[in-house]
Structures are given as structure tokens and as C-alpha cells.
Write a protein that binds this ligand. Structure first.
Ligand code: NAD
Length: 437
């Protein structure tokens, strides 16, 4: 099949490369010329494990190409996927749909023959109706069906998530569109991926309901962690104890510094706004958003308390800047607010991240970027583990102790068993567990 991805970011590029790997012929379009130029040279603008090899092999096989020319790419396509960004709109938190609508107009002018237009971007319920209205207004002759097909991949595990999904949700009841979408995803059927067809609005809402539920689950265990600290309980064991109950499940029960990233913060906010607009407020989601916002600065206060109540003039070394490991994505990373709050309190920050430092430089000012965890820790009064990269899971504490001003670790991801850190003479603070040293 001939497929086109509009937008070659995390979702468009990964989906496009995976579709090509399934044997489809795919053009990934982006309006940023530098990005397309790099991709043509085999340079991948994002860090995603395995993506460079997947792109290289499919480009070499002639199944995957890159273009800035949307009209030419769309002309003969069977299906066009809109995978552009839907960030929070400044001011009110609604999803900014201007990129989606602009893409829809451009696509409408270019399509020939029957074409399925697939919204892969995360868009509020009802957006498909508006995309369809815009396209029919722009080109009344166009033979199109507009389908919702939200993406559930996770950065850092995006390729395996795409190729072995828990489910593929497809929002359309139109028989012609159903046939095309079945063909698009047919290669997955070997892995028995459950294709779930439903109405377009239902599909759009599934994506938001899913993300909001996961965000709520994280926020729930974070609040349990706070209570554990007050009452002397261990959140890791509480999480295990409840997670073994199959009705609850053990995923997304890791206490930490609050969720971040390019999806949960904006999607929870957008869902809360949609619900308010429809006079059906979702107080659980609103509370989740507010609690998570507060949590990031609260983590900075935790670091300050661990450092004796005052970090003015002290050096705080931060390990991990991206919102989670195995990505270079800095969008809404908790590290941003934590570092800002520490700087507000007079701390001097050194930081190290295996992949995120280039992206971090454009969002975090006044930080000394180090070349390794040990370089960051050199002369530090406090070491703070913010993102649980593998590279931080077996730190050489003996070496750190000789480098640091004071042996103090604040582990916001509960990476270490407390005894293991403390036996090296470190004072150790984590989340939802007893501190000691
Ligand atoms: P991104 O910012 O990485 O990529 C979007 C790309 O679209 C950019 O490269 C931009 O230049 C391009 N673009 C914008 N308008 C265009 C146009 N008119 N023509 C061509 N290209 C255009 O965004 P992303 O992280 O890939 O997210 C895309 C969508 O997928 C969002 O709605 C997001 O919520 C959703 N989503 C993201 C993830 C994730 O993990 N990143 C997971 C699931 C769903």
C-alpha cells in the first residue's frame, strides 16, 4: 500500500518506519526542511533505540522516503496519516489543533482518488468531524473518509510498542475505510494484535481516557508515597502488594517525581478542558493535573530538606534530565521544574544525561553540563537522581564519595535498595521509603 505520514516526529517517523518494515511503501513528510534533509542522509533527528537501523534498512530497500512536498506525496496515497503535534494551547490548556487543521487543508487540496485520512495525532473528541468538514470545504470533490487511529507507543520502546501493540484502535464505521485500515494493519495479525473498530468519537476519547487513567495511577501511588514517608511504610512494598491484585495490575505504580513528557501533561489538561466544555467535569483528572504540577517543586523542597534546609551556594548534581530513560525528549520533564526551584533557592546545578543534554540546553538555563555522572558529582554537596537511566543503576559509590563534598544521594526514582547506598557511608533519601545514613 502507499502510505504517507504528515509529520515526521516521534510518532510519524516511528510509525512510518514500522509501516515500511511491514512492506508498505511510505513517504514521511515534514515541513522542516533541515529535518527532511537529515533523514535523507540517514541522520535521525531524535533518539529512539533501534530507529536508525530501521530507517536505514527500509530507506535502502526503497520502501521509505522523506519529503517536504506534501502535495506530491499525498497525490497517489491510499492512506494519509496526520501525525503532527497537538501541544497545549498557550493560556487555556486546550489542545492546539492548528497544525492538524493546516495539514487537513493541504491534504484536501492534493488528494486524488479514494483516500483514507487517518488522524494519528492525539486530538480531542469531535476533531475528526472538524477535519472532515474542513477537507470537504476545501475540496468538495475529494473522495475521502476521515478515520481516527490514536497512537499508543511509548518513547524509548516505540518500535516494539508499534509492532506488538496491546491493541490498535480504529475509529470509523465506513466499510471502505474499514477495509483500507485492515489492509494497513494486516501484517500485525501474525502477532494477533487486536484491531478494535469503533465510532470515531469513541476512538478519540479512548486515547485521552487511557492517558488520563495512567496519569491518575502514577499520581495515586505518588500520594501513597507521601503518606508512607509520614507513617514509616514502604511504597515499593505497597505498590507490589496492590499490584499483585490483577484488577489493579503492577504497571505505572512506581512512585517518583511526577509524570512529564510530551503526552500525559497536555492530554490530562486537554481532557479536563473538554469535559468542562461539555458540562461534564472530570474532577479526578483535574485533581491529577494539580497534584502533579505541585509535585515537581515539592521534589526540589525534598532535596533542600535533605541538604539541611538550605542549598544556597551549594552544588547540586542532577543525574538524568529527560522525562524518562531511552529518549532525548525534554518536553515537560520534571527535571525542568526541579532544577528551576533549586536555582530559585540559590543552588548551583551541574547535570548529566546520556542523551538529553542537547535538548535540555534550550529549556534549562544556568546549568553546568557534565561529561559523566562522576564529572557532575565532582565537588557536589548533594547528588539527585531524577531519571532512571541504566547508566545510573550501578553507580560507583566509593568513587562518588571521594569526589563529592558530602556523601548524600536523593534518589527520586527509588533505583537503589537503601542499605546498598548507606553501606558506602552515604546518607540516602528516596521516595516513599525511610531515609537514613
Ligand atoms: P513531534 O513534535 O515530535 O512531531 C511533529 C512533527 O510534525 C514535527 O516534525 C513538525 O515539523 C511536523 N509538522 C507539523 N505540521 C506539519 C505540516 N503541516 N506538514 C508536515 N509536517 C508538519 O510530535 P510527536 O511527539 O510525534 O507527536 C505527534 C502527535 O502524536 C501528538 O498529537 C502527540 O500527542 C501524539 N502522540 C505522541 C506520542 C509520543 O510518545 N511522542 C505517543 C502517542 C501519541
Amino acid at each position: 500500500m502507499r502510505l504517507v505520514m504528515i509529520g515526521s516526529g516521534y510518532v510519524g517517523l516511528v510509525s512510518g518506519a514500522c509501516f515500511a518494515d511491514f512492506g508498505h511503501s511510505v513517504v514521511c513528510v515534514d515541513k522542516v526542511e533541515d529535518k527532511v534533509e537529515s533523514l535523507r542522509k540517514g541522520l535521525i533527528p531524535i533518539f529512539e533505540p533501534g530507529l536508525d537501523a530501521l530507517v536505514a534498512s527500509n530507506a535502502k530497500a526503497g520502501r521509505l522516503s522523506f519529503s517536504t512536498d506534501l502535495a506530491a506525496a499525498v497525490r497517489d496515497a491510499d492512506a494519509v496519516f496526520i501525525a503532527v503535534g497537538t501541544p497545549s494551547r498557550r493560556g487555556d490548556g486546550h489542545a492546539d489543533l492548528s497544525y492538524v487543521y493546516a495539514a487537513a487543508r493541504e491534504i484536501a487540496r492534493a488528494v486524488t482518488g479514494f483516500t483514507v485520512i487517518v488522524t494519528k495525532s492525539t486530538v480531542p473528541v469531535g476533531t475528526g468531524d472538524e477535519v472532515e468538514r474542513i477537507m470537504r470545504e476545501e475540496n468538495p470533490q475529494a473522495d475521502i473518509e476521515v478515520v481516527s487511529n490514536p497512537e499508543f507507543l511509548r518513547e524509548g520502546a516505540a518500535i516494539s510498542d508499534f509492532k506488538r501493540p496491546d491493541r490498535v484502535v480504529i475509529g470509523t464505521v465506513e466499510p471502505r475505510a474499514i477495509e483500507v485500515m485492515k489492509d494497513v494493519y494486516r501484517p500485525l495479525s501474525l502477532n494477533e494484535a487486536p484491531l478494535m473498530f469503533c465510532e470515531r468519537r469513541t476512538s478519540e476519547l479512548i486515547k485521552y481516557a487511557g492517558n488520563a487513567f495512567l496519569a491518575m495511577k502514577i499520581t495515586f501511588i505518588n500520594e501513597i508515597a507521601d503518606l508512607c514517608e509520614r507513617v514509616g511504610a514502604d511504597v515499593q512494598k505497597v505498590a507490589k502488594g496492590i499490584g499483585l491484585d490483577k484488577r489493579i495490575g503492577d504497571k505505572f505504580l512506581h512512585a517518583g517525581p511526577g509524570y512529564g513528557g510530551s503526552c500525559f501533561p497536555k492530554d490530562t489538561l486537554a481532557l479536563a478542558k473538554t469535559a468542562q466544555d461539555h458540562d461534564s467535569p472530570m474532577r479526578l483528572v483535574e485533581a491529577t493535573v494539580a497534584i502533579n504540577d505541585n509535585r515537581k517543586r515539592a521534589m526540589a523542597r525534598k532535596v533542600i530538606a535533605a541538604g539541611g534546609g538550605d542549598v544556597r551556594g551549594k552544588k547540586v548534581a542532577v543525574l538524568g534530565l529527560t522525562f524518562k530513560p531511552n529518549t532525548d525528549d525534554m518536553r515537560e520533564s520534571p527535571s525542568i521544574a526541579i532544577i528551576q526551584a533549586l536555582q530559585d533557592n540559590g543552588a548551583v546545578i551541574s547535570a548529566y544525561d546520556p542523551e538529553g543534554m542537547e535538548a535540555a540546553k534550550s529549556v534549562i538555563d544556568g546549568v553546568v553540563y557534565a561529561t559523566s555522572p562522576y564529572d557532575a558529582a565532582d565537588g557536589a554537596d548533594v547528588l539527585v537522581l531524577v531519571t532512571e537511566w541504566d547508566a545510573f543503576r550501578a553507580l560507583d559509590f566509593a568513587r562518588l564519595k571521594t569526589l563529592m563534598n558530602a556523601p548524600l544521594l536523593v534518589d527520586l526514582r527509588n533505583v537503589y535498595p537503601p542499605q546498598e547506598v548507606m553501606r558506602h557511608g552515604f546518607e540516602y533519601h528516596s521516595v516513599g521509603r525511610k531515609s537514613g545514613g
